[in-house]
Each structure stands twice: as structure tokens, then as C-alpha cells.
Design a protein around this ligand. Structure first.
Ligand code: GLN
Length: 446
């Protein structure tokens, strides 16, 4: 822990991955591990882990990278934080993100701009950009992130590490500051596949405080690592190598497919015909749920309150106007519009129908195949500032990750070579609760 904290002191002034360092708390936790000795029942005993700052940590300021939560000091821990502590892991600090996890580059943080660990002029991706850069820069071995439309997998791809988003309902969201409750899922950012499996072993499982968690038993996710993938049937959707995907990135994915075939798997081209509708449907659903979830930030219950307010309406309007950043406001307006009486059928309801079609596309492929592969992102990491004034171009960066959230499926991004000196991510998508199959194939590829 001392070495980790020293490393962060040295590296983080350049990378800017952390919003808060939990130095005293981490040292206390480490002293307790030292006193008790390594415990076989504590699989992460003494392992320093960073936590995305939209996951609440008791006594450690949790901001979701928003001014409206600056100085918010939670009085409880998220379930995942409790589980990590019970497993002996050390919470070394809170990582930067796009405000309320809305974004793909971490440039929407109200506090700082995190750099890509490979090139400080490029974005780390987002919204879990702080967690990804911290792991890739060697500041920590593992970090938690959240993935609503790609926020674990995309920054993992951009930083050349492993990002894992479990099945919706596999990990408790209790204590995750809600963005879009039907899409949000907590997962891991690690340097390799086995570390991801070991952290997921700890954080997965039913939680009576989150009624959307599944009762399905948690297997040992390391179990299939090392098993041969001979005979495995893998699908490669043609839409994932089509328009908008950089041909150099597509080549890396084809090379990965060849590698899997060399290992005895078959890789077959398939179609997910509704892929093109995923981004518009997602932005209606996610923004609608966000507009509802973010009502609680009213200037009274948490964090920031505008100064010199004159009446209750003034408290709400001014606190929210001054506390939320531009992207959050854009989504609240879009979501409120989509949910309003005259437009509900045309937008929110329609988006829900499209979501069903996208889910069925996946189900049809999974009738015949064990796993789907494709690129995680259409391009490698872009330059800081490049897309920040063009929200739609920014949104399109998530075209390959968003369908997975709409269908609630588990998926990972693993490193698959470089284009222009920047890492490329291979995405592996599994059937619901088939995390073990993803780990098996990802490890074989590693
Ligand atoms: N980039 C997507 C968005 O802005 C996804 C974010 C996420 O997964 N949290 O909504």
C-alpha cells in the first residue's frame, strides 16, 4: 500500500486519474491486514484497488465528478465496497469520470481531464476513464468501473487493458449513483483476465438491497481459465466491421478471429440487423431514466446549494443550474422531453420496442453460437478536445458497446494489438450469466 501510494504521488500529476486519494483509510486497512495476517478466506487480502467516484464510499468524498456533489461525504458503503473490504482489498482512492458517468472521454468531469496512459494528448475514454488510466499507468492493479453503454469496455480498449461488464443483475448496484437504472452495471478494469475473474468472484452475487440482482449461484470465474476453446462456436457480426469502423481496427479484429480459429474455434459471420438503431434508442432510454434519477439532486438533500437564494423554487432552479454541467443538462432535457405526455409513445415507448428487437437479434445468434466477437470501439483513442463540441459524434463512439447494455448481456474488452501506436480492444459478448465462457476465451487469446 505504501508503494502504491508513492506510485500514485509520482504518476498521477501527469495522468490525473484520481479525484481523491484515501491515504489514511488505506493505511489503516493495510495495518489491519498486517495485524491479522494473510487470510485464506480473504482472496484479495492487501490488494490495493481504486474505485470509480460514482460508487459511494463511507467517509470518503464521493462526487460522481459533479459540482453538485462536491463535498458529499456518504454515510454508508456501496455493497461492492463492503464486499471488497470483506475480501481484504484496500480502497486507495476514487477515480475520475464523466459527470454522473455521462460521456465517452472523461472530458465531462467537473474537476479535471484524465489523460490516456499511452499518450497524454489523447482521451482515456469514458466514462470510467480514471479507473482505466490508473490501471494502465500502473498506479493500481485493479479498479471498479460502471458500464451503462460502454463505460468500462471503451476506456479499457483505449488504454490497452481488460474491462469486464457482467450480466445485468450479476453485481449489486446498491450504492452506485444511479444514471440509467435498467442499464447500469458495475464491473472491473484490470491488467489481465485472471485478475478480472478474481475481483468478479468477490463482487458478484445476490443482494437483498438491490432487487434486480439475480439469485443465480456465483461460480468460481477462474475455473474455465486455461481450458481449451477447441470446438467453440464464435460469431462475428458483419455490422461490427462495417461503416464507421476504422479499417485498421477491423484488420486487428480479423487477426484476432484467425487466432481463435488457430486455437480450434470456428468463427462465422452473422448479422445483428438492428444494430444501427441502438444508439438512438439508448440515448432516449438512458436520458429518460437519468432525468428521473437526477431529480434527487435538489440543492437540499446533498452537496451543493446555490448561495443567496430567496425561495424554494430558487433553491431548486439555481442549485441545479449552477451544479450540473452542460452534458448532464442536455440529457435531463432530452429525457424529460421523451417522457412528457405528448411524446411518450413516439420516443420512450418506441425506444423500448427497439430495445426488444435488439435483444432478439442477440438471442437468435446465441441459439447457434457460444460467443460473439467484434471491436470494442470503431477507432483508437481520439485526441483531447477533438469531439467535445460535437455530442452526436461522441455518442457514435459507443455504437459497438451500447447494444450489449440494451440486452443486459455480459461482455469484456481485451487488448488486441495496436494501430498508430495506440491499443485496440477486442470485444467478447456472452449469453446471460455466461461470464465464465468469456473468461475462458479471453484468457486463451491472452
Ligand atoms: N458513453 C455513454 C454515455 O455517454 C455510456 C456511458 C456509460 O456507460 N456510463 O451515456
Amino acid at each position: 500500500v505504501d508503494e502504491t501510494l508513492a506510485g500514485i504521488d509520482k504518476i498521477d500529476p501527469d495522468v490525473a486519474a484520481f479525484l481523491a486519494i484515501n491515504a489514511d483509510g488505506a493505511k489503516k486497512q493495510a495495518a489491519a491486514v498486517d495485524a491479522a495476517g494473510i487470510d485464506a478466506d480473504q482472496p484479495l487480502s492487501g490488494v490495493p484497488i481504486a474505485i470509480k467516484d460514482n460508487i459511494v464510499t463511507k467517509g470518503v468524498v464521493t462526487t460522481a465528478a459533479s459540482k453538485i456533489l462536491a463535498n458529499f461525504n456518504p454515510i454508508y458503503n456501496a455493497t461492492v465496497v463492503e464486499k471488497l473490504a470483506a475480501a481484504g482489498a484496500i480502497n486507495v482512492g476514487k477515480t475520475n469520470l464523466d459527470e454522473f458517468a455521462m460521456g465517452s472521454s472523461t472530458e465531462n468531469s467537473a474537476f479535471k481531464t484524465t489523460k490516456n496512459a499511452w499518450d497524454y494528448t489523447r482521451v482515456p475514454g469514458g466514462s470510467s476513464g480514471g479507473s482505466a488510466a490508473a490501471v494502465a499507468a500502473g498506479e493500481v492493479v485493479a479498479a471498479l468501473g460502471s458500464d451503462t453503454g460502454g463505460s468500462i469496455r471503451q476506456p479499457a480498449a483505449f488504454n490497452g487493458i481488460v474491462g469486464f461488464k457482467p450480466t445485468y443483475g450479476r453485481v449489486s448496484r446498491w450504492g452506485l449513483i444511479a444514471f440509467s437504472s435498467s442499464l447500469d452495471q458495475i464491473g472491473t478494469l484490470t491488467r489481465n483476465v485472471k485478475d478480472a475473474a478474481q475481483v468478479l468472484n468477490v463482487i458478484a452475487g445476490h443482494d437483498e438491497r438491490d432487487s434486480t440482482t439475480a439469485d443465480t449461484p456465483v461460480p468460481d470465474y477462474t475455473e474455465k481459465i486455461g481450458q481449451a476453446i477447441k470446438g467453440m462456436k464464435i460469431a462475428l457480426p458483419k455490422e461490427y466491421l462495417g461503416k464507421g469502423v476504422d479499417p485498421a481496427v477491423a484488420d486487428k479484429i480479423k487477426a484476432a478471429a484467425n487466432q481463435l480459429e488457430d486455437l480450434g474455434a470456428t468463427v462465422t459471420e452473422v448479422s445483428l440487423p438492428h444494430t444501427q438503431y441502438a444508439v438512438p434508442a439508448y440515448y432516449i432510454i438512458a436520458s429518460s431514466e437519468a432525468s428521473s434519477n437526477l431529480q434527487r439532486f435538489d440543492g437540499i438533500r446533498y452537496g451543493f446549494r446555490a448561495k443567496d437564494v430567496h425561495n424554494i423554487e430558487d433553491v431548486y432552479v439555481r442549485s441545479r443550474s449552477e451544479g450540473f454541467g452542460p452534458e448532464v443538462k442536455r440529457r435531463i432535457m432530452l429525457g424529460t422531453f421523451s417522457l412528457s405526455a405528448g411524446f411518450y409513445d413516439a420516443y420512450f415507448k418506441k425506444a423500448g420496442q427497439v430495445r426488444t428487437l435488439i435483444t432478439r437479434d442477440f438471442e437468435a445468434v446465441f441459439n447457434d453460437y457460444d460467443l460473439i466477437i467484434g471491436p470494442t470501439t470503431p477507432t483508437v483513442a481520439f485526441k483531447i478536445g477533438e469531439k467535445v463540441t460535437d455530442p452526436v459524434t461522441m455518442y457514435m463512439n459507443d455504437i459497438l458497446t451500447i447494444p450489449v447494455n440494451l440486452a443486459g448481456l455480459p461482455a469484456a474488452s481485451v487488448p488486441a494489438g495496436f494501430v498508430d501506436g495506440m491499443p485496440v480492444g477486442l470485444q467478447l459478448i456472452g449469453k446471460p450469466f455466461a461470464e465464465s465462457t468469456i473468461f475462458q476465451v479471453a484468457a486463451a487469446f491472452e
